[in-house]
Design a protein around this ligand. Structure first.
Ligand SMILES: [Zn+2]
Ligand SMILES: [Zn+2]
Length: 377
């Protein structure tokens, strides 16, 4: 492993050197790989805990590793890839976390390059949030996990920008006659959702027509309140060009809020709308996300980048963290990463977000959305 990394111009600092007291500068560390037999795992965990900035550094554990001591404490933080305790009622899995366009490549391999798609398993229902390119691997996994039992799925489409619908033609469960799929859009966003999905599969763009999808598919336009089985959903407008919906779900394990594309514009800098309107918008979003256990929110830019992107319909990370912190959100997963962001950039953003939280004394947990990341409630 060390040879492989060195061959790619990585610097490898062995845990022994940490034991010997060497202090690494956190900003120079891109990832930590802990081997099952590593004597220094506990020391590494202690070092990670000693720096607020270090908490954003990804830790990759070798298979079968059982954490103990300081490392177990560290793993209680939101860094682990997956939590899968027995008896969870609500589970989130991230399949596409990128905004605007898929971004495959070595520089985005850690957080992933697929566009918006999040799976919410809640109280026996499977609710899919958006149909970006992450929908394709989700569909394959759902088929594999179903063991041949027909699937009953709810697919919510926030809006019809490409990065939120482009995975739909590749969603294999939609081609199997035994499955049932409810595609749900917010009536206020657009009235012709079914037509847009059909058009995307017109022969000009795609070789298979939507009418070749053999599952029982119902495309529904819902109002502000709707239900996915026992899970009550609330749809609301976000601030995004051409309109977009966000969704809040009341589950038996608490509220989960999904806000895919949204320009909070709360910082007051370079505002493109009257200040009073911006204030009103922010108050409305604070109310919508208040007390949520998990908030998944667009954070495509930083405040410094935002100056040149006012009106593009996306938020600054700093604004999102402040909104979540002040609204008493338990866990923020920032999402819809800009296509230009490398894995290293996203690591830096995690550190920035956690510094804001620490400076304000909030108990908010912050993570960056990452393909394969799971949260159980
Ligand atoms: Zn988008
Ligand atoms: Zn959009």
């Amino acid at each position: 492993m060390e040879g492989t990394l060195l061959a790619r111009d990585w610097t490898v600092a062995a845990s022994e050197s940490l034991e010997a007291g060497e202090v690494l500068e956190p900003s120079l560390v891109q990832a930590i790989l802990l081997d099952v037999a590593s004597l220094g795992a506990d020391v590494v965990a202690g070092w990670l805990k000693s720096s607020a900035y270090a908490a954003g550094i990804p830790v990759i554990l070798s298979p079968g590793f059982t954490a103990s001591g300081h490392l177990a404490e560290f793993l209680d933080e939101p860094a682990p890839m997956s939590e899968d305790p027995d008896g969870f009622r609500v589970k989130l899995r991230f399949w596409g976390v990128r905004g605007s366009i898929p971004t495959p490549g070595p520089e985005t391999a850690f957080y992933g390059g697929n566009t918006s798609c999040v799976e919410l398993q809640a109280d026996g229902e499977t609710v899919i949030l958006d149909a970006g390119s992450g929908l394709r691997p989700l569909g394959d996994t759902l088929i594999k996990e179903s063991g041949g039992i027909p699937l009953n799925l709810h697919l919510l489409v926030s809006h019809t920008h490409w990065d939120h619908i482009q995975g739909f033609p590749f969603f294999r469960p939609a081609y199997q006659p035994s499955n049932r799929l409810r595609v749900i859009g917010y009536l206020g966003v657009r009235h012709d959702l079914e037509e847009v999905l059909h058009n995307q599969m017109d022969s000009t763009y795609f070789p298979i027509s939507m009418s070749d999808m053999m599952a029982q598919i119902d495309v529904l336009q819902v109002g502000e309140v709707f239900h996915c089985g026992p899970v009550k959903g609330h749809a609301f407008y976000t601030n995004h060009p051409g309109k977009c919906a966000g969704f809040r779900f009341d589950t038996s394990a608490g509220a989960v809020v999904y806000v895919p594309d949204n320009e909070l514009n709360q910082s007051g800098q370079a505002t493109h709308m009257p200040r009073e309107t911006a204030k009103h918008l922010r108050a409305r979003f604070a109310e919508t996300v208040a007390g949520a256990r998990v908030l998944i929110h667009d954070a495509q830019y930083t405040r410094a980048e935002y100056v040149d992107r006012v009106g593009w319909g996306h938020s600054c990370l700093e604004d999102v963290v402040e909104l979540a912190g002040e609204a008493g959100v338990e866990r923020l997963v920032f999402f819809h990463h800009d296509p230009t962001r490398t894995d290293e950039d996203v690591n830096r953003l995690i550190r920035l977000a956690r510094k804001i939280v620490a400076d304000n004394g909030w108990s908010l947990k912050v993570d960056a959305a990452r393909e394969g990341y799971e949260i159980c409630l």
